[in-house]
Write a protein of this length. Structure first.
Length: 304
């Protein structure tokens, strides 16, 4: 079991002289027994995120206990119905939908609907990672528009997509050098990037009042710059500002409710690790088993 946590199961089988299928059967048996005894009676803070099961549009929604930092449920799909399934599992494991007070999600309309239909007592918080990602995608949309509309900008922005997706402290030396070449150019993408960095700085504030003021100030600044620009290149940023204002109360949950989404924000690395360990098995059953094994905090090995 220790080897299977640390490496792909087929590799563990090679070391142990056992077939990987035999190791999987053992793991499934332990998981089934531990799952039957699982109690969620203390679950009150929940986060959910989607996991791309493989290339294409095959998704799992993964529900986590943000207080205990454990995976609760992984289920196929990313529509509103996954929340009904989660509510059913809560009841089956001594929990209750009405006991859930805070839920952290991305800004998917399907997720929002699922929460509202099944968890009426819960307040929605939009986790920082997904909020910033929305603004980052708006910067990328500006870059693509500028490349299409301006031949000079097209040459200057060639092969810079990842530059604008990172924070300056995350740049490689080559990216820092490229920034030095571009920083004084009249690129609209550069302005959009500065807007994104300013948006992120609002998360450094310590009070909900200050955060609200800074977000609203940011939205007003973006709209004013977009209105003054006749080319329409900043339209994606204006749309992002509209979205931020529309979802502001959920964004402010980052400060209002003491809800930490750090575990939720780290799920992508967890997903990657579980995919590696379940390598060669495309079915949902194997990937969800590995998620529960690695991050479910189940009693594994299980002894009755």
């Amino acid at each position: 079991m220790t080897l299977m946590r640390e490496m792909p199961v087929n590799k563990a089988g090679e070391i142990l002289g056992e077939t990987d299928q035999k190791l999987w059967r053992a793991l499934f048996a332990h998981l089934e027994a531990a799952w039957a005894e699982l109690s969620w009676d203390d679950v009150v803070w929940v986060g959910a995120d989607e996991m791309n099961r493989r290339k294409g549009h095959n998704y799992l929604t993964v529900f986590v206990d943000l207080a205990a930092k454990r995976v609760l449920l992984a289920t196929e799909g990313k529509d509103a119905s996954v929340w009904e399934r989660f509510a059913e599992q809560l009841l089956a494991h001594n929990g209750h939908p009405k006991a859930i007070t805070q839920i952290a999600i991305d800004m998917s309309p399907a997720y929002i609907k699922g929460v509202r239909d099944n968890f009426g007592n819960a307040t929605i918080s939009f986790d920082k990672f997904h909020v910033v990602s929305q603004v980052t995608e708006a910067v990328e949309a500006v870059r693509r528009k500028e490349v299409r509309q301006d031949p000079i900008a097209r040459e200057q922005l060639e092969k810079t997509s990842w530059l604008w997706r990172k924070n300056p402290e995350g740049w490689k030396d080559s990216e820092q050098a490229r920034w030095e070449q571009l920083k004084d150019k009249p690129l609209v993408t550069g302005l959009a990037y500065a807007m994104r960095l300013q948006f992120q700085r609002a998360y450094a504030t310590t009070s909900v009042t200050e955060a609200r003021a800074r977000f609203l100030e940011w939205c007003a600044w973006v709209r004013a710059e977009a209105k003054a620009m006749t080319s329409g290149l900043l339209e994606p940023m204006r749309q992002a500002a509209d979205m931020i204002e529309r979802r502001l109360e959920g964004i402010l949950g980052h400060w209002k409710h003491g809800l930490t989404t750090a575990f939720l924000e780290g799920l992508n690395s967890l997903f990657s690790a579980t995919k590696r360990k379940a390598r060669g098995y495309r079915s949902t059953e194997y990937q969800t088993a590995m998620l529960y094994f690695v991050a479910g905090k189940l009693e594994i090995p299980y002894y009755s």
